[in-house]
Design a protein around this ligand. Structure first.
Ligand code: KIV
Length: 279
């Protein structure tokens, strides 16, 4: 078992592992300092997902994420949070080739960000990498089911668990990730009943996204959850706010006031006489 990395009041990977079967674990992605500050009090775990490549950088898939990109966003999220367990995704190309490559990349992420754990996608095929990283004392979160880093290989975003053969493969993946020492595992884009059975089958917490309400926790991409997504919103997303509309409305009002010389008004300029003016 990996040693506990939490310090002070911050939730650690082992705290998350102990939550199996308990009150659902609340997880969201975060990529920036201000968003981490806003979310920290409300969640148990913040994931600096490689979805950052699509959500903030405009790439078409998560394959656009690099180690440097993940480290920069990991540092920002760590600066903005004091309580949540922060997990940073290992980007495609940083861990698949060998256990030595995986350990070197995981070490860089943890040393340069101070995060509590790393996440990587894969089951049976990546068990050696997970075990090697855990043996270094770095907690690992697994990720099975739909794996966005494999979208090109899979020919698109395909829901998992729809054939007997695929269900058996999912069970093998879940068992392999658990046996390799992961403290929890994300189950993405998987038939509800299968995700529910997987949750009962393994002893580490499952974190669902497009999976099942029976999972031990849930995660959503923050920009999807607050209605910032500009492209198609996936079926599994519930929008709890509509910031697209709020931002677009604010920009339209600002544009109208600038064009009409209504902004800046007296409240937003400095007079020569008042000593009380502060920037
Ligand atoms: O990159 C990401 O945001 C993720 C979540 C969808 C689990 O891996």
């Amino acid at each position: 078992m990996a040693p506990e990395r939490s310090t002070g009041n911050r939730i650690g990977a082992e705290d998350i592992r102990r939550r199996k079967g308990g009150v659902p674990i609340v997880c969201l992605t975060a990529y920036t300092y201000p968003v981490a500050r806003m979310l920290d009090a409300h969640v148990d775990l913040l994931l600096v997902g490689d979805s950052v490549a699509m959500v903030l950088h405009g790439h078409t898939t998560t394959l656009g994420a690099s180690l440097e990109m993940m480290i920069a966003h990991g540092q920002a999220v760590m600066r903005g949070s004091t309580k949540a367990c922060v997990v940073v995704d290992m980007p495609a190309g940083s861990y698949e080739t060998s256990a030595a490559e995986a350990v070197a990349s995981a070490r860089r992420i943890v040393e340069e960000t101070g995060c509590q754990a790393v996440k990587l996608e894969g089951g049976v095929d990546l068990a050696e990498q997970i075990a090697a990283i855990v043996a270094e004392g770095i907690p690992v979160m697994g990720h099975i089911g739909l794996q966005p880093q494999s979208v090109e290989k899979d020919g698109g975003y395909k829901i998992k668990g729809r054939t007997e053969e695929n269900i058996a493969a999912l069970f093998r993946d879940a068992e392999a990730v658990e046996r390799a020492g992961a403290f929890s595992v994300v189950i993405e884009g998987t038939v509800e009943a299968v995700a529910s059975d997987l949750t009962r089958h393994i002893a580490i917490p499952t974190i669902g996204i497009g999976a099942s309400g029976d999972c031990d926790g849930q995660i959503l991409v923050i920009d999807d959850m607050i209605g910032m997504t500009v492209n198609r919103v996936p079926k599994f997303v519930k929008e709890y706010a509509n910031l697209r509309e709020t931002i677009s409305d604010a920009a339209a009002r600002y544009a109208a006031e600038v064009r009409g010389r209504a902004f800046p008004g007296p409240d937003h300029v400095f007079s020569a006489t008042s000593g009380k003016d502060k920037v």
